[in-house]
Design a protein around this ligand. Structure first.
Ligand code: URA
Length: 437
């Protein structure tokens, strides 16, 4: 078999056989197939798509490209949640402790930032000392003891996705339904969780720009999960504007801490209550969505969710004093306020533009080698729907870049805003819940 023939076959719109998909994935992981041929295959899949069978096969070979973790030593039903990525998406940092505080066993493997979207691991690493590399035994021990671990994918878990994910990020092949579905589901299946809650983001700041695409991705992933007997539910959530107010690593950790203290932004909290109650019912910790929602409110109000987060940070070697006193987080040298240049209602805060701007300010990686500036980012002062008068604060920018570097970015941030003279209704954060393929 020759890789070039498989690329041509997919390029011309034909279906790949199981053996051909295996040849590609095995060869790529072993280093026998070079990046340029995998890039070409990704691009062919991007344009031609894949059948259900091809996606299931790709997911299966990716899942088994490395270690498949057995978490059966964790008592109870293990739950995991995965978002397809967004801007300001600190959901896992709030939702994980909330679900664990009610009694769920959250064994979560997270990823790093991809494209303009942030990654939970990068956010967690803004907490001094915190380690995201844990062995399976350490993860099992931690989840059995405190009910919660958010760790990085080990190098032995789904190596095919590690390589493909990085390659897609720099070759314009991220926004492909088959490739996203196989990437997400191979990781979730290999990480040994029993039930899966998928947060499929939709809108300008997400990889899926409209509801039709998001629904198709959600159904594809729910179908893969169900076919392998994992209870899988997808929540479609809005990502046309950033989630919450903060965008950038330590800025988002601080917003997560506020949220765990009951002072979270409405959209973020609604997403956490909706997703968390589904997860608790999936895990059979609660009998109904209503009971689960009530309990999630209780653990926010009585501080148990916050304490759970502190326990997790401590268990992973992080300095808890930063969580108890978030004012200790380092603040960027340059703090710039952006103000409204007109009266009206905010009609749009383009999440993609805000995500790219935050990356340029230092909060994300433009190339694989870039080192993230944990303090950099943007904090919105107002969300879509807000009434503004000329001179009102729109957002605050944090960066350690030089003025030559950051001044052009300020203009890009201004351009991310659109206004209306008429009142604007905000889209609800929960757009749809998908339970069937
Ligand atoms: N998240 C993933 O894990 N994989 C993708 O391809 C996109 C988002």
């Amino acid at each position: 078999m020759r890789m070039v023939d498989l690329i041509i076959k997919k390029r011309d719109g034909h279906e790949l056989s199981d053996e051909e998909i295996k040849f590609w994935i095995d060869g790529y992981v072993k280093g026998e197939i070079p990046d340029y041929q995998s890039s070409a295959m990704n691009m062919a899949i991007f344009f031609r798509g894949m059948t259900k069978r091809e996606i299931a096969t790709l997911t299966d070979y990716m899942e088994h490209s490395g270690e498949v973790i057995d978490l059966s030593e964790i008592e109870g039903i293990k739950v995991d949640k995965h978002s397809t990525g967004g801007v300001g998406d600190k959901t896992s940092l709030v939702l994980g402790p909330m679900v664990a505080a009610v009694g769920g066993k959250v064994a979560k493997m997270s990823g790093r930032g991809l494209g303009h979207t942030g990654g939970t691991l990068d956010k967690l690493e803004s907490i001094p000392g915190l380690i995201i590399a844990k062995s399976k035994e350490q993860m099992v021990e931690q989840v059995n003891r405190i009910g919660l671990a958010i760790v990085g994918q080990t190098s032995t878990l789904v190596p095919a996705d590690k390589k493909l994910y990085a390659l897609r990020d720099v070759t314009g092949t991220v926004e492909s339904i088959p490739l996203i579905a196989a990437s997400v589901m191979s990781k979730k299946l290999a990480s040994g969780t029993d039930v899966i809650l998928l947060d499929v983001t939709v809108g300008e700041g997400a990889f899926m720009k409209n509801m039709d695409q998001a629904r198709e991705l959600a159904k594809t992933m729910v179908g893969i999960g169900k076919s392998l007997n994992r209870d899988t539910v997808a929540v479609l959530s809005d990502m046309s504007e950033p989630l919450g107010f903060a965008v950038g690593n330590s800025l988002e950790v601080k917003e997560a801490i506020d949220s765990l203290h009951g002072k979270g932004p409405e959209d973020l909290m609604e997403l956490c209550y909706t997703s968390g109650s589904i997860m608790l019912v999936q895990a059979k910790v609660c009998k109904s969505i209503e009971e689960a929602r009530k309990k999630l409110h209780e653990v926010i109000e009585n501080g148990e969710a916050f304490e759970k987060f502190c326990l997790m940070v401590e268990a992973q070697g992080g300095d808890v004093s930063y969580i108890r006193h978030p004012e200790k987080f380092e603040i960027s040298k340059n703090i710039v306020e952006i103000r409204s240049e007109r009266d009206g209602y905010i009609k749009e805060i383009n999440a993609l533009e805000i995500g790219i701007s935050a990356m340029k300010l230092g909060a994300g990686r433009e190339t694989l080698e870039d080192v993230i500036d944990m303090s950099a980012g943007i904090v919105l002062a107002k969300k879509v729907g807000a009434k503004v008068t000329r001179g009102d604060l729109l957002c605050t920018v944090y960066t350690n870049k030089t003025p030559e570097e950051y001044l052009p970015v300020l203009d890009e941030i201004r351009q991310a805003y659109a206004y209306s003279d008429k009142e604007v209704k905000e889209l609800p954060v929960i757009r749809e819940i998908i339970r069937e393929a």
